[in-house]
Design a protein around this ligand. Structure first.
Ligand SMILES: Cc1cc2nc3c(=O)[nH]c(=O)nc-3n(C[C@H](O)[C@H](O)[C@H](O)COP(=O)(O)O)c2cc1C
Length: 183
């Protein structure tokens, strides 16, 4: 049976490379993974005052994560960390206290950048934030995608063969790991 993976994209940008990478994963992943892209448009800011009557968009976001077998974060780096929208989504998903929607979910982390460092700080930041509120995080292979600026054509198709190989290696390892954990 296929495992459902919520692929959370850490950028709201229309032409986001992170979104294009997430879409590329959907095309190359083995059939044992059903990848569902989750974008963060319209997710309200976390506010503890709203916890008793959570906004509908929080509830919908939490349900998407809860229904998934695993979660894959595909994120850029903003100022050596993760974008605020992604931190907000983690805050929303991590509550109510003790009932994080990420609990028990195997987690994959993919950092990227058009620059040379491949989003490594953002990925490391996620590894610091998530353990208290999630399931296990895939440690190897690590994946930090640099130079993604010329990897896609104007329709958003992945045209950089070397990058496709790296993505395929990662998503196959993630699929095998999720399969082992969720058997
Ligand atoms: C506010 C801001 C901060 C950024 N900080 C970094 C950074 O620390 N490291 C980096 O490699 N790129 C940084 N960038 C460049 C982003 O990697 C680049 O804009 C990328 O395309 C954003 O991801 P997206 O294409 O998925 O929207 C930053 C961009 C913005 C807008």
């Amino acid at each position: 049976m296929a495992h459902t993976v919520a692929v959370i994209v850490g950028s709201l940008r229309k032409e986001s490379f992170s979104l294009k990478i997430a879409n590329a994963f959907t095309k190359i992943a083995a059939p044992s993974l059903k990848l569902e892209i989750v974008t963060l448009h319209g997710l309200s800011f976390f506010n503890q005052d709203l916890e008793a009557t959570p906004p509908a968009d929080w509830v919908a976001f939490r349900e998407k994560i809860q229904k998934s077998d695993a979660v894959l974060f595909v994120t850029p780096e903003y100022n050596r960390s993760i974008p605020g929208v992604l931190k907000n989504a983690i805050d929303v998903g991590s509550r109510p206290s003790g009932k994080s929607s990420f609990l028990g979910k195997p987690i994959g982390i993919v950092g990227s950048s058009p620059g040379p460092l491949g989003g490594v700080c953002a990925a490391m930041n996620l590894k610091q934030i998530l353990p208290g509120y999630s399931g296990p995080i895939l440690q190897q292979p690590e994946i930090y995608l640099n130079g993604v600026g010329d990897a896609f054509d104007d329709k958003g198709n992945l045209v950089k063969e070397a990058l496709e190989k790296v993505l395929k290696t990662y998503i196959d390892a993630f699929a095998a790991w999720v399969d082992r954990l969720k058997k």
